[in-house]
Design a protein around this ligand. Structure first.
Ligand SMILES: NC(=O)c1ccc[n+]([C@@H]2O[C@H](COP(=O)([O-])OP(=O)(O)OC[C@H]3O[C@@H](n4cnc5c(N)ncnc54)[C@H](OP(=O)(O)O)[C@@H]3O)[C@@H](O)[C@H]2O)c1
Length: 239
């Protein structure tokens, strides 16, 4: 990779889980990263652990002033990755609208607002990658809010791909990902569901975090990929 120029990737939701795995992989290939979340201490700790190519930032996807401050403070951006999620377990029978509104706000309006505030810093050769999730097509118990928020991400990406061209805009839709907190520490009922899904997946293999990282790299690096929703689920959407 010696002749590959170093890029700057900003990852909102880059302080934990898949966002953090992507940040580490970016640094490993010589790219600079800014990782952001709501918790300053965690963000700072993770950035420091990644070394001099990483810095931390603070923003809350439900607080527009914090988003503006964050994007005003970052270096010019090659790639913006929106990976954040504030989970909400909600079923329609005992629906809690306030909890649903918070998650919908952060994952839909918050993602859109991030792109708005990032626009002046985004390279025309760069891209935006936003995280959706298979629950938009394959709901699970309690996924009411996240199913609708994930579908909203795809609609947002379609709209942005036309509005902010030539910046490319893509979505990644992971299935149930092995190696993440959400899956590895699931309660017994969910763990059983995940195992059933693994058994039904064509290759009897759920995607691993590395598969998601490699999927994101394809979206970042390939200038021919635009306005795409890359599904990385081991084929689970078929079964
Ligand atoms: N894990 C899976 O199996 C799976 C499956 C399908 C789709 N996905 C998608 O993949 C993405 C990453 O999932 P994950 O499981 O890796 O997530 P995670 O481990 O829960 O990490 C979520 C990240 O988002 C940040 N965050 C949460 N609320 C925020 C807010 N209001 N403003 C700014 N940052 C916020 C968190 O930091 P703070 O708490 O410090 O703010 C953290 O860095 C999500 O978009 C999810 O929908 C994951």
């Amino acid at each position: 990779m010696a002749d590959r120029p170093s890029r700057h990737t900003v990852i909102v939701g880059g302080t934990k889980g898949l966002g953090l795995d992507i940040a580490k992989a970016c640094v490993a290939r010589g790219d600079r990263v800014t990782v952001a979340g709501r918790d300053a201490e965690v963000a700072e700790r993770e950035a420091t652990a990644m070394g001099e190519l990483a810095v931390s930032g603070i923003c809350d996807l439900t607080d527009w002033d914090s988003l503006q401050r964050f994007f005003d403070s970052v270096e010019p951006i090659d790639h913006l990755i929106l990976a954040a999620l504030d989970r909400d377990q909600n079923d329609i029978a005992d629906f809690r609208p306030d909890d649903a509104a918070k998650t919908s706000l952060m994952k839909n309006v918050g993602y859109a607002a991030s792109v708005h505030y990032a626009l002046k810093k985004l390279s025309p050769e760069g891209s935006v990658v936003m995280f959706s999730g298979l629950s938009m097509w394959r709901p699970m118990p309690g996924s009411t809010t996240i199913s609708m928020a994930n579908a909203g991400v795809v609609g947002l990406a379609n709209s942005l791909a036309l509005q902010i061209a030539p910046v490319r805009v893509n979505v990644i839709t992971p299935g149930v990902v092995v190696g993440t907190q959400a899956v590895d520490h699931a309660d017994p009922v969910r763990a059983e569901t995940y195992e059933r899904l693994r058994q039904r997946t064509p290759g009897k293999r759920l995607p691993h975090t590395d598969d998601i990282v490699n999927g994101v790299f394809a979206l970042l690096d390939n200038p021919g990929i635009n306005a795409t929703n890359l599904v990385v689920d081991g084929g689970m959407h078929l079964v």
